[in-house]
Ligand binder design. Structure first.
Ligand code: NAD
Length: 319
């Protein structure tokens, strides 16, 4: 059997840092190459790579010969609204570069990170199913719809084994979030520990689907290990776990930090959030590759506060 060798683009980001660690644990450091525009201290096997620089990208893939590429490089929703043409170049042209290079170099599997931002008005946002109308309101969402369709196109036309997930808001402790609409659900933990209070950029009752990083990484690896024949979705799978409002998250935090206070000052991100699903129906993922989440809201809160406290203790010991 061919030895697994993995290349990750956008590895220094919120999901990348956690995913690289899991891949190194599974396949060993020399078989996992982390790449990004910016280096991260976390990796010992790292190459700088701009996915828009195709010559360098070609050389890197030709030299390392990955069997799998996880394509995480991208620009997120809130940042993208401020510079749509840069987002389009990175999220769409960068993805096409990855697909072409994967095909030319006979890479066996490619992973695409889509998002709940593909949905919009007309997607039945109370409980959003896999196959609904996709009319996103952000350039980010539009780029992800294009990306999903390109994934399916390369699968159907060239037989490239591309697999994708529509991530909800990801909550993680490894690195700060990258400028998305669900970032509040990470920032709130830093502020809860630092000052005991948080001013939220969404209103208290805005419900969004969320997932803990441990679930997100495990689910991603499980999708990539599933039998190709069992996969019925080649755009990107709905991928669900929990769903909550800022008020509900604050209530859960108060079970551990009783004096925690939250206030609300909604900004432009509220408008984006209001066009995203409140709950996700991920029946196809649960049926096709046995997806099951493990972390409920109170589990996420307990683990996040514990992990961030451990990081703070380590940092103050170093100083
Ligand atoms: N974090 C979430 O909640 C979430 C939700 C849905 C989808 N996603 C998707 O998952 C992927 C990873 O998300 P993340 O949260 O880790 O994002 P992030 O912003 O934290 O990381 C993205 C990384 O891509 C890198 N990058 C940007 N432009 C690049 C370029 N031209 N060449 C190479 N690298 C480049 C950045 O330096 C950054 O490290 C993205 O495609 C994102 O759209 C994330």
């Amino acid at each position: 059997m061919e030895k697994t060798r993995v290349l990750i683009t956008g590895a220094s980001g919120q999901i990348g840092q956690a995913l690289v660690q899991a891949l190194v644990d599974e396949f060993g450091e020399r078989n996992v190459l982390a790449t990004d525009l910016k280096p991260s201290e976390a990796f010992s096997h790292f190459e700088e790579l701009d996915i828009l620089e195709t010559n360098h990208y070609q050389k890197l893939v030709g030299g390392f010969k990955p069997t799998i590429i996880y394509h995480l490089a991208g620009i997120l929703s809130a940042v993208g609204e401020k510079n749509p043409s840069v987002l389009w170049k990175v999220n769409v042209q960068g993805w096409i570069n990855t697909l072409n290079i994967a095909l030319e170099n006979k890479v066996s599997k490619v992973f695409f990170p889509s998002s709940i931002a593909v949905f919009g008005p007309g997607s039945s946002l109370d409980y959003t199913r896999q196959n609904v109308a996709l009319h996103p309101t952000t350039v980010y969402g539009i780029s992800k719809v294009a990306g999903e369709n390109l994934a399916q196109y390369f699968f159907r036309k060239f037989g490239l084994d591309v697999r994708g997930i529509r991530y909800p808001g990801i909550i993680s402790y490894q690195s700060p979030p990258g400028g998305g609409t669900t970032d509040y659900a990470v920032d709130i933990f830093y502020q809860a520990l630092d000052s005991g209070r948080y001013e939220c950029f969404l209103s208290g009752d805005v419900r969004l689907p969320m997932m803990y990083i441990d679930d997100a990484v495990r689910g991603t690896l499980e999708l990539m290990q599933a039998n190709a024949e069992s996969l019925s979705v080649r755009t990107s799978y709905n991928f669900g776990a929990v769903s909550f409002t800022p008020t509900e998250l604050a209530t859960s935090i108060r079970k551990i930090i009783p004096d925690f206070e939250i206030s609300y000052a909604p900004d432009f991100r509220e408008e984006i959030a209001n066009t995203w699903p409140r709950n996700i129906d991920d029946t196809p993922a649960r049926r096709d590759w046995n997806w099951q989440h493990q972390f409920e809201i109170d589990d996420i809160v307990r683990d996040m506060l514990m992990k961030l406290k451990e990081k703070n203790t380590l940092r103050s010991k170093k100083n």
